[in-house]
Every structure is written in structure tokens, then in C-alpha cells.
Design a protein around this ligand. Structure first.
Ligand code: ZN
Length: 136
């Protein structure tokens, strides 16, 4: 597996509407897209910081993983996403290296990416997302 860059940093927020003004007005970033990812029960808002994005995540239901995260830890950094060439192969390789996988096979993420998560128990406490842009 070869990681080319940090694709995005995922940040859990209670409300996109409440969080976006800090990123736009205080930090001077621009929210260029919002999207609901039904599969993951989240609404997302994206900002570009160079090659890397900030992905704000709001739960759309009480059983969303983001709702559970905020309940346990409060708002804040939720995951780091690394860009890889082929996410399916990367997940297989991580499994072979005894990394606990949340996703054994890729699933659909925001922005048309294929994604898979590694379990924080195997990654020093950091929820890691691997992503592949199938259009690149
Ligand atoms: Zn993400």
C-alpha cells in the first residue's frame, strides 16, 4: 500500500449549520460542497486546504456512528483519511498485517470515493479511513 497524501480530516460536529461559520468566517475557508451519505447516516460539508480537505460530519440519525462518537467523546477530530491507489487491495494488505478492519471490502463514501475504515484499536487510537478516487 502506498499513501500519496492526507485526503481529508473528518471532524464530528453536532450541527453543520452551527459549525460552518467558524470555518468560513473565522478561518476564511470556503464550503464548496455539502452532501448526505445515507449509507453512513451523515451529512457532510467540505472545505479545501491545499490538497487536503476538511470534512465536517453531522449525524442524520441517533444510531449514526457520528452520534455515538459525539455522545462518547464530544465534538472534534473523528478520523484521518489517507489517499491510496486501490482501497480494496489496501484493506486486504492491512488485514494480512493483522490490522483490525471495520470494512473488509470498500464501500461508497462522500464525493464518489471508495472507502474503508481501519479500527482505532489497531492504529494507536486513530480512526483511519483509506480512500480511493476511482475517477483519478
Ligand atoms: Zn472521511
Amino acid at each position: 500500500m502506498e499513501i500519496s497524501h492526507i485526503e481529508h480530516i473528518g471532524i464530528a460536529v453536532k450541527s453543520l449549520e452551527a459549525a460552518i461559520p467558524y470555518y468560513e468566517q473565522t478561518l476564511g475557508l470556503k464550503c464548496y460542497a455539502t452532501e448526505e451519505v445515507a449509507e453512513q447516516k451523515v451529512k457532510t460539508a467540505f472545505f479545501k486546504v491545499g490538497q487536503t480537505k476538511i470534512e465536517l460530519l453531522e449525524a442524520t440519525s441517533d444510531d449514526s456512528p457520528i452520534a455515538a462518537f459525539i455522545e462518547k467523546k464530544g465534538e472534534g477530530v473523528h478520523h484521518i483519511a489517507f489517499s491510496v491507489d486501490k482501497v480494496g487491495a489496501a484493506l486486504t494488505e492491512m488485514g494480512e498485517k493483522e490490522v483490525r478492519l471495520i470494512d473488509k471490502t470498500p464501500r461508497n463514501g462522500a464525493e464518489g470515493l471508495l472507502i474503508g475504515f481501519l479500527h482505532p484499536k489497531s492504529t494507536g487510537g486513530v480512526l483511519v479511513e483509506l480512500c480511493e478516487n476511482p475517477n483519478e
